[in-house]
Design a protein around this ligand. Structure first.
Ligand SMILES: O=C(O)CCC(=O)C(=O)O
Ligand SMILES: [Fe+2]
Length: 325
């Protein structure tokens, strides 16, 4: 047989899979997956971001809040401080300089480095998760791998303004020693990457063998299925669970307090609220507005990063029926 004429051979319609069969099986059955990114460019940027965000978080609280103001009660963009628990900086779009007190040269340098790194990490992790969504769809067979494109195309690069933003976010956390926690929950979006320095993040193992206590009392699952997360974990969120027709579970996780405290970088890829989702592309019927789906999933949830009194109020409201998530 003669060699094919390469000029006439069509390029493959999508890249070869990033995840192995075993990794796809793991994430589709367990809802989470450890990733090794040590040899990739984004790993260096993640290291840089840990160092740089730590310099930023060492600034006085008042300065951090002035440099990256957040809307009161809204933890989804800007600097947030939960007294005695944790602090974090969230970006959903490129921040505009709006600091009322002029930044010092040193602050300007720290913020410019921080924003540059956050933008690079955003773009790289968005690409990685986009590719994972393709792989998961091809693996399941019921979802058109390109079905995700209209939901996430606006989130693949850090949006340039608040108007262009979607719910997708990148966040750097500092959990205080002995106090920093996040209650057990599932994320709302499609896929979340958690990069962790120090122990504290734990995932609920749906598949592990039952403990002797569970064996003894099968009606009451025990608490010992919490497993420490590895350095980089990708977790399934509830939007992906719903759009997969419950074929892929969302990962239950929590952060427990540790004596040293902990730092983490979290990138949560979530659907744009402007699209209409064609459920036929996901193996279902009809259409749903992305905003309606988002609101349904968010209903009765406790925002684990809200101020303590807001969380307690939400938990009390949900006490009859809904779970913390
Ligand atoms: O800090 C982390 O690694 C995870 C935090 C978390 O689960 C969340 O903010 O949803
Ligand atoms: Fe989470």
């Amino acid at each position: 047989m003669s060699a094919p004429d390469l000029d006439t051979v069509a390029a493959p319609s999508r890249p070869p899979p990033l995840l192995t069969e075993a990794q796809l099986q793991q994430i589709c059955r367990q809802g989470y997956l450890d990733l090794d990114l040590a040899s990739t460019a984004v790993y260096k940027d993640l290291d840089g971001l840990f160092a740089n965000s730590s310099t930023f978080l060492d600034l006085p609280t008042e300065r951090k809040a002035q440099l990256y103001p957040s809307i009161p009660g809204d933890t989804e963009h800007g600097y947030s401080h939960i007294p005695d628990e944790k602090e974090f900086l969230t970006l959903r779009y490129r921040p505009s300089a709006q600091c009322t007190e002029k930044p010092s040269d040193e602050e300007e340098r720290v913020c410019a480095d921080l924003e540059g790194l956050m933008e690079r990490v955003w773009n790289d992790l968005a690409r990685l998760l986009h590719r994972m969504l393709h792989d998961i769809s091809a693996y399941l067979g019921s979802i058109d791998p390109s079905a995700w494109d209209p939901l996430i195309s606006e989130s693949l690069q850090l949006p340039s303004s608040r108007e262009a933003a979607t719910p997708t976010l990148l966040r750097v956390f500092r959990y205080y020693a002995e106090r920093g926690v996040a209650e057990p929950h599932r994320d709302l979006g499609l896929l979340t990457v958690c990069v962790t320095r120090g122990k504290g993040l734990q995932l609920w193992d749906r598949l592990g063998p039952p403990s002797p206590k569970e064996e003894a009392d099968r009606s009451r699952p025990s608490q010992d299925r919490w497993r420490d997360a590895g350095e980089i974990t990708v977790m399934v969120g509830d939007t992906l669970r719903v759009l997969s027709g419950n074929r892929v579970p969302a990962a239950a996780h929590r952060v427990i307090a540790t004596d040293k405290g902990r730092s983490s970088i979290v990138f949560a890829l979530r659907s744009s609220l402007r699209s209409t989702i064609d459920l036929e592309d996901f193996g279902g019927y009809g259409q749903v507005k992305a905003r309606v789906l988002w609101n349904e999933i968010r209903k009765s949830r406790v925002n684990v990063n809200a101020q303590r009194d807001a969380r307690e109020e939400q938990i009390a409201k949900n006490r009859k029926g809904a779970s913390i998530a």
